[in-house]
Every structure is written in structure tokens, then in C-alpha cells.
Design a protein around this ligand. Structure first.
Ligand code: T5A
Ligand code: NA
Length: 209
């Protein structure tokens, strides 16, 4: 008989950038425009997320490797939910992902290979938007300087590492967006790339990477 048409899976979109680059602002605007589920990393409400939150707020200290593994575990906690949503045809937008994990820990001096390994096997994004901004401009936005990594020297290193990550082969499609523009223009640039990524997923019916 006539089976139901096979549902096309949703697209996995990741937004990366420095602290205060405007990630959360753009994630909510994009999600509204394309109707998507949003997930923010770190997800601070789980037991692991609470440990991360305490570390970021400087209420606790932790070895650099240990906190790195917790950030990664915090993503693995959400994988089932992400895959189920994509499978259901729902788009998922992540506010930060494994690239933040690598960039912030490498900025502290941990090796790139070591940093990458705990995230190997996470679904590869269909698109990563890197919201690029100078740390000086980022520092002028909002209440900068309260959490652990909100220091220009660290942000400079993170910016360099994130910029380089985009040219690696195993990161999936990656687009750099000028996040120093006004909010509406940033959204317009993001949406143009997001729509291309969704079209590409729908054309290829590609399996989740
Ligand atoms: N981390 C994270 C790791 O070390 N390892 C990991 O694996 C992960 C996942 C917390 C920290 O954890 C680290 C990285 C971080 O240091 P977070 O909770 O995402 O990560 O914290 P932030 O990135 O600091 O979140 P922010 O909310 O500060 O930054 P956003 O989301 O980039 O910025 P947003 O949208 O909240 O905007 C900030 C301000 O700027 C304004 C907004 O209105 C707001 O006031 N703004 C603009 N102003 C002018 N022009 C524009 N285009 C603007 N866009 C936004
Ligand atoms: Na944010």
C-alpha cells in the first residue's frame, strides 16, 4: 500500500564564538525563524552542569582535564535527545558545542588531540556558524568579566583557536559570520547560511554525521 513518505531528518546547526559574541541572541532569532529546538552548552541544570556552573562562577576549583571531561560529558548527556529530535524531522540549534570544548581547554594549554578525543562520536553539525568578533568589542557588551574565562587574554587565544578549527577537515561545514555588525544584519547573514544547510540536508537526505 501507500506507506507514509519518509520524513526528512532535521538539520543540526551549531553557533560558536567568544563570550558575548551574540550567540544566544542569534540562536533564539534563528530558532524562531526556522522553528527549531535549541540546546545550550553548558546545560547547567543537570548534576554535571551544576558542577560546571560552580566552576565557571569560581565557587569551585578543578583540574583542567577534569573540567574538560565534564564539559564533554555534559554534551553526551544530551545526545539521545538531539538524535531523537533530528530523526523526528526537527531542526536542532546548539548554543556552543564541542568546538568550544576544544578551544577553551587548548587556550589553557591542554593538547589539541587530547581535548578532541572525548567528543569524538558526537553527531557532526550540518553547519557551524562562527560568530567572529574582536575580544575588545565583546568586552564592551553586557556584564563582561564575572565568569572564569571572561578575560581578554584568554578570549584572544580562544579566537585564534576557533578561527583555525574551521579549516580542519573533520568539523563539517563551517561559516564565519561578522558578529560586529548590527543585530539584524548578523541574523540575516546567519539565516542565509542556515537555509542553505537545511536545503542541502533535504536534498541529500544525508545521514546524521
Ligand atoms: N566553555 C563552554 C568551555 O570552556 N568548554 C565547553 O565545552 C563549553 C560548552 C560559558 C563558558 O563556558 C566555556 C565558554 C564560556 O566561557 P556560556 O554560558 O555560553 O559559556 O557563556 P557566554 O558565551 O559568555 O554567554 P553570553 O550570553 O555571554 O554570550 P553570547 O550568547 O555570545 O551573547 P548574547 O547573545 O547573550 O549577547 C551578549 C550581549 O551583547 C548584546 C546582547 O544584547 C547582550 O547584551 N549583543 C549585541 N550588541 C551589539 N551588537 C550586536 N550584534 C549584538 N549581539 C548581541
Ligand atoms: Na550565551
Amino acid at each position: 500500500g501507500l506507506g507514509a513518505a519518509k520524513k526528512v531528518r532535521g538539520a543540526l546547526i551549531v553557533i560558536e564564538g567568544l563570550d558575548r559574541a551574540g550567540k544566544s541572541t542569534q540562536v533564539s532569532r534563528i530558532a524562531q525563524s526556522i522553528t527549531a529546538k535549541t540546546i545550550k552548552f553548558p546545560e547547567r541544570t543537570t548534576p554535571i552542569g551544576k558542577m560546571i556552573d560552580s566552576y565557571l562562577g569560581k565557587m569551585s576549583e578543578m583540574d583542567d582535564h577534569a573540567i574538560h571531561l565534564l564539559f564533554s560529558a555534559n554534551r553526551w548527556e544530551k545526545v539521545d535527545e538531539i538524535l531523537r529530535s533530528l530523526d523526528d524531522g526537527q531542526h536542532v540549534i546548539c548554543d556552543r558545542y564541542a568546538f568550544s570544548g576544544i578551544a577553551y581547554s587548548c587556550a589553557k594549554g591542554l593538547s589539541h588531540d587530547w581535548c578532541r578525543s572525548p567528543d569524538v562520536g558526537l553527531p557532526l553539525p550540518d553547519l557551524t556558524l562562527f560568530l567572529s568578533l574582536t575580544p575588545e568589542v565583546a568586552a564592551q557588551r553586557g556584564a563582561y568579566g564575572e565568569e572564569r574565562y571572561e578575560v581578554v587574554a584568554i578570549q584572544e587565544k580562544v579566537k585564534t583557536i576557533l578561527s583555525q578549527l574551521g579549516s580542519e577537515t573533520n568539523v563539517g561545514p563551517w561559516q564565519t559570520i561578522d558578529a560586529g555588525q548590527d543585530i539584524d544584519k548578523v541574523t540575516e547573514d546567519c539565516l542565509a547560511e542556515v537555509k542553505k544547510a537545511i536545503d542541502s540536508v533535504q536534498l541529500k537526505g544525508a545521514p546524521i554525521g
